[in-house]
Each structure stands twice: as C-alpha cells, then as structure tokens.
Design a protein around this ligand. Structure first.
Ligand code: HEC
Length: 454
C-alpha cells in the first residue's frame, strides 16, 4: 500500500498536467524496503532500561503549586523534571507508594518501581520496538470489560481494584495489563522537559479535583467522545493545556478551528497503547492522539463495542469453536476459557440467543477485517507473558501518512517519548511512568538510538 500513497496524494488535475512520467518517478522514490518484524534478532541490538515509577497525584497543577518545594516557578518556566530529579525515580516512587505523599488513596501492595527494557530499530519504512518488563500481577491481566445479564438487563461487570464496584459490591478486580507509549516533539510546549505530566490534570479521574461526571457527560466536546457508540463520556481524559482557552480548566476547550490549527502545527501528542486484553488478541496496538482529549485516531480500530453493550450484545462466543456461548462468573478465573470475542474466530451472532441470569460476555469485540485508516496504524504488536515477564514487539510506520493524529518520524531526528505500565488490576492513574526519554531515529544524541537495519 505504501508505494501508492504518494501517487494518490497528487490531485487528478495535476497528474494530467504532469503526465505519467512524473507519477512513475514518485512511485520509484516511495519507500519499499521493510524488514520482517518476526525475524529481527533482538539479541543483537542494544537495550536501554528505564525506571518507571509511581507518580501518585503529581499533576500539572501540583507541580506548579507551593507543595512542590519552592520549585513551582521553575516548573512553570518549563524547567525539565530531570534537571532536579535525575536518578531519583526509585526514591520518588518509594515516597509516593510507601510514605503516601500526594497519595490519598494508596493501592495495596503497589510496586513503586518497574524497570522497562526498551530496544528500538528502524528501516526505511518502520520503527520497530521491543519491550520487556516484570509484571507484578499474579497471572495474566488479559481480561477487558465484561457485562453480566442480571435477568432483565445487562450490567458492567468487573473493574479496576479500587473501583467501588469491586471494593463495595464484591465484583472481581479486572483491568487489562497495558503498556503506553507517548510520542511528542518540541512542537508541543514543555513536553520535551516535562513529558506526560503536561497531560495530567487535577480534574481527571481519581485526582484531587475530579470533575463532576454529569457535567463532563453534558460537555459538547469532552462528553461527546463516545457519541458514535451511543455512550456518554463522563470522565476527563488526558489533555494538553494549549487546547484550553484557560490553561487547566477541563471544560474551556478551544474552538474547533483553533484545535485544527494546533494539529496542523503538530501541537498534539501521539499515544500508542498495547493492551493485553483489548488489542493483543488481534496482534495490534491501539493508536490515539492527545490534544483536547485522548481519542482514537481517524478511521476505525480493531476494538469495537459488542453490539449496544449494556443495551444488548451483538455477539456471543461460537460454541463450535470454544465450547460455550456465554461465560459464567467462575469461568473468569479459568485461564483455559476463551475470554475474547474475535470476529471470524470465536464469535457467533447473539440473534435469538435466550440469556439467563449470570451470563457474562465481553463488552468489546476485536474485528480486524473492519479496521482501517490511522486508527489501525500499529498493525503489528504482539506480547506474551512468560514467568511473570512481559515481552512485546511492535512496529509502526515512520511516516504513517496521517500527520494530524500521528507524529511523522523523520530519520536523524530526536523525539521525546514517555512510557507507562499498568498491571495487577490497578487502573486509571495507578500506573508507573517514565520521566521524558529521548529517542532518535538513527543518528542524533538521545537516550535511545534506533539501530538502522539494512
Ligand atoms: C527546579 C527543580 C525541580 C524541578 C524542575 C522539578 N522538581 Fe519535583 N521536586 C523538587 C524538589 C526540591 C522536591 C522535594 C524534594 C524531593 O522529594 O526530591 C520535589 C518533589 C517532587 C515530587 C514529590 C516527592 C515527594 O517526596 O513527595 C514529585 C512526584 C516530583 N517532584 C515530580 C516532578 C516532576 C514530574 C517534574 C517535572 C514535570 C518535577 N518534579 C520538576 C524539585 C524539582
């Protein structure tokens, strides 16, 4: 497909004027050489180990407050975190987990520091990355959202382990293990120095000043995030201050024209999420961007709601393929039971199925055949858990052709990455994160230099 992208960019009228010779030339210079991602010998490539630490409630606002030990002004002026905190990740994580500083709701048994091993390579077409880290969960966190039929209606079932449904109602603690990769550059104000903290605000879920859910749901932009699925979004997601007319007010979203021009200037972040439940069974990762909200890129991803979710599923499991059509509560602890609805492999139509109380189905399906556009850019991302250690290999085109929601990665250029890991059914902000990390595609001084494959 890549070979034709340049050709299709040329409007028909121009093509007619230029004639076919130039079109042929454009085709010739299009990148064609790509490695076989499954054949890369990672043992030959250098690796960098990044300390990911627990950040508690260290939001954009907290960092600029008096509580951040007389450095509010320095942070506001854009001083990089690492200027003062180099090699302090372990101490910071320890302070936040053990001493509970800026942590009003500690997660029982949270591991405060997770070393993440990163390897990176590129060729003319792709960036390849391999990650490895030790999970602190007891088993694979490879289950996503479920719904349970209560005899008359479908209800959400299972949630992260600090959710009230788990703490108060005794539902199982379920939250997928994940790896997040945030990509930005100097176009994004202060991001190279302050990384993911540019997107983390007090109004977000579980933070000091969480926005009122009804107000979020009614907001014309933030509340409309899941409109195409008939759902309202009642939580504030990551956003960049530049997308607000009042830098940190979650509801002061800039006009559509302003947001468009910010995107055109590259003032947004690219975010890839590999998820053990919601993307890995399809061998891919999800592709988001962060500006006014964290949202899935244009097009359509593999991940899709199962019918109308709580208003009724479209798919059940295919009994012929997996041995049952619905799950029961006790099945969730059985690793041998299928947990993912993969269209064409494990699914059958829910039409005419009579459900009974206690039936459980995944709230999402994975449908690779319908995936298209920018949302489907990370078309290879495979992870496995072996003896408690995850290994994930993924690839993404350097130039995805989607400059309004992806960072187009150029050779010999330095980018700023941020990494996060979720595990052990601890959800939302209860993750571990990295300080900003530089990565260069090929040449260029950076924490991680990709090896250019030939
Ligand atoms: C100009 C220096 C400076 C900069 C820049 C800076 N900090 Fe700090 N930070 C401090 C000092 C000093 C403390 C208090 C002592 C300590 O815990 O290291 C602190 C404390 C913290 C703590 C709390 C630790 C605890 O014990 O409660 C966190 C978390 C933190 N900083 C995160 C960040 C992040 C994230 C950034 C970048 C966005 C950042 N800091 C930028 C100087 C700085």
């Amino acid at each position: 497909m890549t070979g034709f992208r340049h050709q299709s960019c040329v409007p028909p009228r121009v093509k007619a004027v230029l004639g076919s010779a130039l079109v042929g030339l454009l085709l010739e210079v299009a990148p064609t050489k790509a490695a076989d991602v499954e054949k890369i010998d990672w043992s030959e490539l250098p690796s960098t180990t990044l300390p990911l630490f627990y950040p508690g409630q260290s939001s954009y606002q907290w960092l600029r407050s008096e509580e951040h030990k007389r450095v509010a002004k320095a942070v506001e002026d854009g001083d990089p975190c690492l200027e003062c905190h180099r090699e302090e990740e372990a101490d910071l994580g320890e302070a936040l987990v053990v001493e509970h500083s800026i942590e009003p709701n500690p997660v029982d048994g949270k591991v405060s520091l997770v070393p993440l091993e990163v390897q990176a390579a590129n060729d003319e077409v792709y960036l390849y990355m391999r990650f490895s880290w030790k999970s602190s969960g007891e088993g694979p966190g490879d289950m996503g959202n479920f719904m349970r039929y209560d005899g008359s209606e479908w209800q959400w079932y299972g949630n992260h382990r600090q959710h009230e449904a788990v703490v108060d109602d005794g539902q199982p603690a379920i939250y997928p293990d994940r790896l997040g990769i945030m990509i930005g550059d100097e176009n994004v104000d202060m991001y190279p120095g302050q990384g993911c903290w540019m997107t983390c605000h007090d109004s977000m879920v579980g933070m000091e000043d969480q926005a009122i859910e009804d107000e979020v749901a009614q907001h014309p932009v933030v509340g409309a995030l899941y409109k195409q699925f008939g759902l309202s979004n009642d939580l504030v997601r990551k956003f960049l201050p530049e997308s607000r007319t009042d830098e940190t007010a979650w509801d002061a979203v800039a006009s559509a024209e302003e947001l468009k021009s910010l995107r055109e200037e590259g003032k947004f972040l690219d975010l890839i999420i590999w998820d053990a439940a919601l993307t890995n069974p399809a061998g891919v990762a999800a592709d988001y961007s962060v500006l006014e909200v964290k949202s899935v890129d244009e097009g359509r991803s593999q991940l899709w709601p199962n019918g109308k979710m709580r208003q009724g599923p479209a798919y059940v499991f295919d009994k012929a393929a997996v041995g049952f059509s619905v799950l029961a509560e006790s099945d969730l602890e059985d690793p041998a039971k299928a947990k993912h609805l993969i269209v064409g492999k494990t699914t059958a139509s829910a039409d005419g199925v009579e459900f009974k109380e206690g039936d459980i189905l995944p709230a999402h399906i994975l449908d690779s055949a319908k995936a298209k556009g920018s949302a489907a850019d990370v078309d290879y991302a495979k992870g496995s858990l072996d003896n408690g250690t995850y290994t994930v290999v993924m690839r993404r085109k350097l130039d995805t052709g989607n400059p309004l929601d992806d960072k187009i990665l150029e050779p010999d250029t330095v980018y700023t990455f941020g990494f996060s890991v979720h595990d052990d059914a601890a959800g939302k902000r209860a993750h571990v994160v990295s300080f900003p990390v530089t990565l260069s595609i090929g040449e260029g001084e950076a924490d991680i230099q990709t090896v250019t494959l030939d």
